[in-house]
Design a protein. Structure first.
Length: 282
C-alpha cells in the first residue's frame, strides 16, 4: 500500500461526504417539515399564547442548523456552491429569517415560511421536477402565444356579437373586451360555464352553443393539453440526461477503482521484489 493511501481524508472531503450523505439529507428534510409545522402552529393565537416561547426557540435552533448546513456545504465545495443556483436559492430563503421583526421590513419576515421551499432543493426528485418545468418554459411560452391569439380572436368575436345585446347578462359578461376576456377565462377553466354563461347566452342567441363548444374544445381540451405534453417531454429528457450522467459517473468510478487497484498491485509487487535477498555469487 502507498503511504498516501494510509493518510486520513482531507477535512473538506469529510465535510462534503457528510453534507451529501443520504442520512444528512433526510435530517434536513425532517427539520424543514418540522419548521414548516411550527410556523403553521404559530398562526394560531391560542397555540402561540400557550407554547409560543418554546416554538420560537425551536424555530431559532432549526434556523441556526440551516445556517450551519449552508456553511458546511460552502466549506466542503466552495467553487461548486458559488456556481450552484440551488445554493443561492437556499441562502436567500434562510437569510430572509434574519430580517428585523419590527419596522418597515417586518412584513418581509413573514416570508420565512418560504423555508419549506427548501424541500425543492434538498430532494433530488423534486429538484428534477423543477428543472423539468424550467426546461419546458420556452416551449410553454409558444403555447401561451397560441393561446393568446385564440383568446383574442374569440374575445373580439364574442364582444361584437354578444356584447351588443341590451340584456344585462350579456352586458355583464361581454360588454367590454376586458369583461369578455375574463368570461372566456372562466369558460376555459370549466367553472360554471354551461349554466352560468352558455345557457343564458343561448336564450338570447340560440346558436351560441356552437361558439362555446368550439372554444372549450380548442382551449381546455387542445391547447392546455399541449402544456402537459411539453412538461412531460421536458421531464423525460431531464430524466434521460440524469440517467446518462449517473451511468457515466458509475463508469468513471469503476475506472478509477480499477486504476487504484492496479497501482496498489504494482506497488505491492515492487515491495515484494525489494524484500527478496540478492542472489549469492558462486
Amino acid at each position: 500500500m502507498t503511504q498516501d493511501a494510509a493518510l486520513p481524508p482531507a477535512p473538506d472531503n469529510l465535510i462534503r461526504r457528510l453534507v451529501e450523505s443520504a442520512v444528512f439529507r433526510w435530517l434536513i428534510i425532517v427539520l424543514i417539515v418540522i419548521n414548516a409545522a411550527i410556523l403553521g402552529m404559530l398562526t394560531s393565537g391560542r397555540i402561540e399564547a400557550a407554547y409560543g416561547d418554546l416554538l420560537h426557540k425551536i424555530d431559532q435552533v432549526i434556523l441556526y442548523i440551516f445556517v450551519a448546513e449552508l456553511l458546511a456545504r460552502f466549506v466542503g465545495a466552495p467553487r461548486e456552491s458559488l456556481r450552484s443556483g440551488w445554493f443561492w436559492f437556499d441562502t436567500i430563503i434562510v437569510s430572509v429569517s434574519f430580517l428585523p421583526s419590527s419596522g418597515d421590513l417586518a412584513v418581509l419576515r413573514t416570508m420565512r415560511v418560504l423555508r419549506i421551499l427548501r424541500l425543492l432543493s434538498v430532494s433530488k426528485q423534486m429538484r428534477r421536477v423543477v428543472v423539468g418545468l424550467l426546461t419546458a418554459i420556452p416551449g410553454m411560452m409558444t403555447v401561451v402565444g397560441v393561446l393568446l391569439i385564440v383568446f383574442y380572436a374569440f374575445a373580439v368575436l364574442a364582444t361584437k356579437t354578444f356584447g351588443t345585446h341590451p340584456d344585462p347578462t350579456a352586458q355583464q359578461y361581454f360588454g367590454t373586451l376586458g369583461d369578455t376576456f375574463f368570461t372566456l377565462f372562466q369558460v376555459m377553466t370549466l367553472e360554471n360555464w354551461a349554466d352560468g354563461i352558455a345557457r343564458p347566452m343561448m336564450e338570447l342567441f340560440p346558436w351560441a352553443w356552437a361558439f362555446f363548444v368550439v372554444f372549450v374544445v380548442v382551449t381546455a381540451f387542445a391547447v392546455l393539453n399541449l402544456f402537459i405534453g411539453i412538461i412531460v417531454d421536458a421531464m423525460q429528457d431531464d430524466r434521460d440526461e440524469a440517467m446518462e450522467e449517473q451511468r457515466e459517473g458509475l463508469e468513471r468510478f469503476e475506472q478509477e477503482r480499477a486504476d487504484e487497484i492496479l497501482a496498489e498491485i504494482r506497488q505491492l509487487r515492487a515491495e515484494i521484489a525489494a524484500l527478496k535477498p540478492p542472489s549469492s555469487l558462486h
